[in-house]
Design a protein around this ligand. Sequence first.
Ligand code: UDX
Length: 443
Amino acid sequence: MKIAVVGTGYVGLVTGTCFAETGNHVTCVDIDERKVAKMRNREMPIFEPGLDLLFHRNIDQGRLSFTTSLAEGIEGAKVIFLALPTPPGEDGSADLKYILQVAEELGPILNQYVVVVDKSTVPVGTAEKVRARIAANATVDFDVVSNPEFLREGVAVDDFMKPDRVVVGTTSKDAQKVMEQLYAPLVRQGNPVIFMDEKSAELTKYAANSFLATKITFMNEIANLCELVGADVDAVRRGVGTDTRIGNRFLFAGIGYGGSCFPKDVQALEKTSKEYEYDFKLLDAVMEVNHRQKTKLFPKLIEYFGGSLKGKTIAVWGLAFKPNTDDIREAPALYNIKDFLEAGARVKVYDPEAMENVKEIFGDQITYCSHQYAASDESDALVIFTEWPVFRTPDFDVLQKGLNNPIIFDGRNLYDLEVMKELGFDYISVGRAEVRKHQTVKV
Ligand code: UDX
């Protein structure tokens, strides 16, 4: 099938590349001339494990190409994906200007029946707006379908190729047939393509992300309570997660969720609720608790160092909002680094992928280390914000010899309390007892 993907951001590029991999001919369209020139030169503009290989293979096989011209990109396409940014406006609602602009441009240049697919996360009612914009100038028949993506950064290729489910919002039989055909190679194992009306599909995306954000936030609240009553959140997680009605995923307590989706989508759903004069109380609480959770370790550092961080050097492991990405949007590390600096500390950081992005924010206010131990050496404390695999089993001997004080603040609960006690670290994590001066103490 011939497909066009408009917008080569994260979602667009993964969608285009993966559909090329399943044998379609995909043209990706972007207004950014430099980016298109780079991609034509086989340069991958984003960091996503596994995508490079597919990107290069499909360019070489002639199934993946790039253009700045919308008319050229959609020529002969049966499906046009809109994967354009929907940044939050000042009031938190998703800004649709990019999508609606492209919809307007599409109208006059469509010359055969086509399925236009909203792939971006868009508020309820967007498909209707897109349809109206295209219809204003179109001379041929077309359908607009909502097909939200559920990709997680870092494992997006796998998520795309083996989706738990595909949600398609359309009541048009013609569009259903096209979408079924397109997704058939990805749902062979029996995972469903769930058809529904457009509005329900649009709401499904927000409901799924807000539910997951709520699930994490609930466990963060339980973790905070564990600290007060002297329980262990890891044990509670195992205890509740084995109930299949609850499930064991997205139950890991820590220093809050970040990224481009959860914060934006929870906020946007709350905004939609307000528009319909519905007071969605739970979402307000989720946002507030998550915000508080992000800097949860900071007062513990202050307390540990007797009230001040002045003159201390703090080592930071992990800057990205989660492992296997260089994305630092809403990353807890950023909020904490700002607090550390304001409290008079020197900050040395290491992240396997995200340091270039952090340089754009903190410049030379902090030290960027080429190795995780270069950050911890001669530092007064180590603070962990991202659970990169390389931090899970460090050389504790090297770490201990390098640190001025053997103290670790762990926002991701990576290490076993007993092991830390035996090794002689002071160890403060989230929702668990603290190991201090070789004793495990209830907080
Ligand atoms: C999310 C959704 O999972 C995906 O379906 C959607 O399309 C986009 O948003 P992503 O933001 O890439 O994906 O990351 P995800 O792996 O879901 O993690 C989001 C945040 O939650 C991260 O900050 C992560 O550290 C945090 N998290 C996740 C927890 O704190 N605890 C958990 O148990 C799981």
